[in-house]
Ligand binder design. Structure first.
Ligand SMILES: Cc1cc2nc3c(=O)[nH]c(=O)nc-3n(C[C@H](O)[C@H](O)[C@H](O)COP(=O)(O)OP(=O)(O)OC[C@H]3O[C@@H](n4cnc5c(N)ncnc54)[C@H](O)[C@@H]3O)c2cc1C
Length: 242
């Protein structure tokens, strides 16, 4: 049995900031599996959220009340994007995690918006690069003095910064976002250095937080804890090669 709260069959996320966002691919190309799923003999529960885990009774409860009994359980709930704390709920402000996020951003890109990307990590950098390929005005705001310095080190980080600049990105490092402004829809991003950047589209790429709320407060931990065990292969925080 496979439970997932998204409406789609499993897909690859990497193209969401690249080919799919650029409009070069349509969603079916990002499908995780090309062959039909019948041979896997899965019992699907799509668009269904697991909300409670009863380890004593070995059961998972879904948001609509359905209860699924199990002998073995894998919790693979991934991560959710962080958002800007205190930012007002303005149209035109997005995070990018799901296919639906990607398609919503793509729709806005068609109107040739001025783009501000918050965060020059992997996803922010990829979104910025894709938007520049679409010939859009792109500003990237990064709190660190050098992009990707924690993941790649200062030399490669500087090389990435140079790539952004060479491709026409307005890269602002060492500065934070103070606030988003607009009347229902985002109009500008206020920065910590007292400047502001006009924006029609803001993509916030400031990292993710693990989604392990499924278990009704029971979290997968480094050791076996109340019957949940973390896959040791997922223990590293390092990112695989892209
Ligand atoms: C835009 C983008 C580009 C990326 N590019 C790269 C790349 O180039 N290279 C690379 O190595 N990595 C890349 N990544 C990261 C990579 O996609 C992730 O590491 C990978 O998706 C993690 O897989 P996962 O199965 O652990 O979690 P996820 O892919 O997050 O899957 C977890 C699923 O569980 C669902 N879920 C969560 N809670 C519940 C619940 N309670 N009930 C039911 N369902 C639930 C979620 O909706 C989600 O569908 C990228 C990610 C993004 C967003």
């Amino acid at each position: 049995m496979l439970v997932g709260d998204e409406p789609h069959l499993p897909y690859d996320r990497p193209p969401l900031s690249k080919e799919l966002l650029a409009g070069e691919w349509e969603p079916d190309r990002a499908a995780l599996r090309r062959a039909p799923y019948e041979d896997l003999d899965l019992d699907w529960r799509l668009e269904r959220r697991a909300v409670r885990l009863d380890l004593g009774r070995r059961a998972v409860e879904l948001h609509d009340g359905e209860r699924l009994d199990f002998d073995g359980l894998v919790v693979a709930t991934g991560a959710a994007p962080r958002t800007l704390r205190g930012a007002p709920p303005l149209a035109g402000v997005f995070t990018l995690r799901t296919l639906d996020d990607c398609l919503a951003i793509r729709e806005v890109l068609a109107s040739k918006p001025r783009v501000v990307v918050v965060g020059a990590g992997f996803i922010g950098s990829e979104v910025a690069a894709t938007c520049r390929r679409l010939d859009l005005d792109v500003t990237v705001v990064e709190a660190l003095p050098v992009p990707l310095v924690h993941a790649l080190g200062p030399v490669m980080g500087e090389a990435c910064a140079r790539l952004h600049l060479d491709h026409g990105v307005d890269l602002r490092c060492g500065v934070t976002v103070e606030g988003l402004e607009g009347d229902g829809r985002v109009e500008r991003v206020r920065l910590g250095d007292g400047t502001a950047v006009d924006a029609d589209l803001v993509v916030v790429g400031i990292g993710v937080a693990p989604r392990h709320g499924v278990a009704g407060g029971v979290r997968p931990g480094p050791r076996r804890r109340r019957g949940l065990r973390r896959d040791p292969a997922r223990g590293s925080r390092r990112r695989r090669g892209r």
